[in-house]
Ligand binder design. Structure first.
Ligand SMILES: C[S@@+](CC[C@H](N)C(=O)[O-])C[C@H]1O[C@@H](n2cnc3c(N)ncnc32)[C@H](O)[C@@H]1O
Length: 248
C-alpha cells in the first residue's frame, strides 16, 4: 500500500451539485477537491462506494455509473425511493410531540415488516432531519430510539424529483461491504466507519478486525482504490491510495 496523500479539512461545494439529502455522520464533502484529482482521469469507470453513507462523495463526483452500498437498510430504502421519484406527503414539523408520534409510526412499520415502503422512506427522512444529530440508532428490540433534536429551524424538502434524474444510472445495494461483486476496472472509494466510533450506524459495530478486512478486500481489487479513514496518531484525517495493479 502506497501513502499517496495526507489531507486536511477544507470546505467546498460546486453550486450546481445536489446536496446530500440526509444528515449523516462522517460526511466527506470536504474531501472532494482532493478526490477530484484522482477521479478526473478515471471518470470513464464505474464508481463504487461500499460504505456510501450520506452520498456526499458520489453526489460531488457525479459519475455516469455507480454502485452505492451501505449496510443500513433504511438508508438504502430511502435512496431507492429517491431513484423512483419521491414526493413526501406525511406531516413534517419541527415539533417534539409530532416527532415522537412519527417515531412510533416508523417503529410500527418496522414491526409489521413494512420497512421498504414509501411511508417508511418518508418517515426515515423526517426522523433523520428532526432527530438528534441525524443519528440512526436502535435499541435491543430493534426500535429506532433517537431523541428529538431541538434544532431552531429545519428546512424540510418534500419534492425529491431532481434526485430521480441524478440516480437514474446508479445502483443501490444493502450488503456487508465484502459481499459486493466488483468489476475489475471499478474505481472504489471506501470510507468505512472510523476505528474509534463515536456514532453507531448499524447493529454490530465496526472494530479493528473489520478495518483489516476492508484493507485486505481492497488490496485484492485490480482497479484504482481510495481508502479514507481517521488517522488517530496524527489526529487529522489521512487518505491512502492503492495503485491500480495490472495495467489499470
Ligand atoms: C463514514 S460513513 C460513510 C460516509 C460517506 N462517505 C459520506 O460522505 O457521507 C460509513 C458508513 O459505513 C456503513 N457501514 C458500516 N458497516 C458496514 C459494513 N460492514 N458494510 C457496509 N457498510 C457498512 C455505515 O452504515 C456508514 O453509513
Amino acid at each position: 500500500m502506497t501513502v499517496a496523500a495526507t489531507i486536511t479539512h477544507h470546505h467546498s461545494q460546486a453550486p450546481d451539485q445536489l446536496a446530500p439529502p440526509l444528515k449523516w455522520a462522517g460526511g466527506k464533502r470536504w474531501q472532494l477537491p482532493y478526490l477530484r484529482t484522482f477521479w478526473e482521469r478515471e471518470s470513464h469507470r464505474r464508481l463504487v462506494e461500499p460504505f456510501c453513507g450520506g452520498l456526499a462523495v458520489t453526489l460531488g463526483l457525479t459519475p455516469h455509473r455507480a454502485l452505492l452500498n451501505d449496510i443500513n437498510p433504511h438508508l438504502i430504502n430511502f435512496y431507492r425511493w429517491l431513484k423512483r421519484g419521491l414526493t413526501i406527503s406525511i406531516e413534517m414539523a419541527n415539533d417534539e410531540t409530532q416527532f415522537y408520534f412519527q417515531r412510533e409510526r416508523f417503529n410500527e412499520l418496522l414491526h409489521s415488516g413494512k420497512h421498504s415502503t414509501k411511508e417508511a422512506a418518508s418517515l426515515f427522512y423526517y426522523l433523520n432531519r428532526t432527530g438528534y444529530n441525524g443519528l440512526c440508532r436502535f435499541n435491543s428490540r430493534g426500535e429506532f430510539n433517537v431523541p428529538f433534536g431541538r434544532y431552531e429551524v429545519i428546512n424540510y424538502r418534500r419534492d425529491f424529483l431532481p434526485y430521480k434524474h441524478a440516480f437514474s444510472s446508479w445502483d443501490f445495494t444493502n450488503e456487508p461491504f465484502d459481499q459486493l461483486a466488483l468489476d475489475e476496472d471499478d474505481f472504489v472509494y471506501a470510507d468505512p466507519p472510523y476505528d474509534v466510533e463515536f456514532t453507531q450506524y448499524s447493529k454490530g459495530g465496526f472494530g479493528w478486525d473489520e478495518q483489516v478486512r476492508t484493507a485486505e478486500w481492497l488490496a485484492k481489487h485490480s482497479g484504482p482504490v481510495v481508502l479514507s479513514n481517521e488517522n488517530l496518531r496524527l489526529t487529522s484525517p489521512a487518505q491512502y491510495v492503492l495503485p491500480a495493479s495490472g495495467g489499470g
